[in-house]
Design a protein around this ligand. Structure first.
Ligand code: PGA
Length: 284
């Protein structure tokens, strides 16, 4: 189902009066089809036994589901277990973070090489919790993006504004700064490589708070992001690039969000921790 969100003022009618909508009537040709990616960010939850139990329960629920790509992002200690449990299935596995260096004295970090060696295929980069608690800057995000691409990983680059920025009317400039900083030096790469990059738009005020951007608010931000990607990397790349929404996505709001023409999937935290709930989102 495709819903066409057209006006930011629709946000008022969807109960998000306290969150300032963007004033954007930017439009972009999104006629090209992009396969949605539904991704689970498990954060620092689950033991290996719990992770395996999730995958064992989840795979039968999504068996044969080819409409969307599905990926799980467990914490590093769970990766081998989850890769093994999901092997041969329609569910990909990635890391929540990689270091940008090839190897070295970086205590506590995981390299792209280590991730691919155990069968990981994706990585999140620059999640707002990494930016907030681990001081990740756009420059670090950019280095990690280059490393991920070099190792053939599918990078999911997370961007988004905090509440004060939205309330201050800064959302558009924050998103543009994050894109320009995070994507520095990407323009020269092959188009198919660039198009494999995924962006996750996660308004920080909506993460783990139960406050979801209305579908129209999310779509407005996605249009700004796609337009900025177009001006930086070209219209074709922008038309092919998947832009996910993240922030309190749940089974009961997934259809309205992912159904937006501009929204190419979801990055899901809390509601991805239980097989039934995550399946409800995968099958929006
Ligand atoms: P949430 O988290 O779905 O719990 O809001 C999303 C995320 O942080 O990626």
């Amino acid at each position: 189902m495709t819903l066409r969100g057209t006006c930011s003022s629709c946000a008022q009618r969807h109960g998000a009066q306290r969150i300032r909508p963007l004033k954007s009537d930017m439009r972009f040709d999104t006629s090209m089809s992009r396969k949605a990616l539904i991704a689970a960010n498990w954060k620092m939850y689950k033991t290996p036994a719990e992770a395996k139990a999730f995958v064992d329960a989840f795979l039968p629920l999504v068996a044969g589901h080819t409409r969307d790509e599905i990926a799980l992002f467990p914490s590093p200690v769970l990766l081998p277990t989850v890769v093994e449990a999901a092997r041969g299935s329609n569910v990909a596995v990635g890391a929540q973070n990689i270091h940008f260096a090839e190897e070295g004295a970086f205590t506590g970090e995981t390299s792209a090489n280590q991730l691919t060696a155990i069968g990981g295929t994706h990585t999140l980069i620059g999640h707002s919790e990494r930016r907030q608690y681990f001081a990740e800057t756009d420059e670090i995000v950019n280095k990690k993006l280059h490393t991920a691409i070099k190792h053939g990983l599918v990078p999911v680059v997370c961007i988004g504004e905090v509440l004060a920025e939205r309330e201050g009317g800064l959302t558009e400039s924050v998103l543009k700064t994050q894109i320009n900083g995070g994507f520095a030096g990407i323009k020269g790469l092959a188009a198919e490589v660039i198009s494999s990059i995924v962006i996750a738009y996660e308004p920080v005020w909506a993460i783990g708070t139960g406050k979801t951007a209305t579908p129209e608010m999310a779509a407005d931000a996605h249009r700004i992001i796609r337009a900025e990607v177009a001006s930086l990397l070209g219209a074709d790349v922008a038309a092919n690039m998947r832009i996910l929404y993240g922030g309190s996505v749940k089974p009961d709001n997934a259809t309205a969000l992912i159904g937006q023409e501009e929204i190419d999937g979801a990055l899901v935290g809390g509601a991805s921790l239980k097989p039934d709930s995550f399946t409800g989102i995968v099958k929006y």
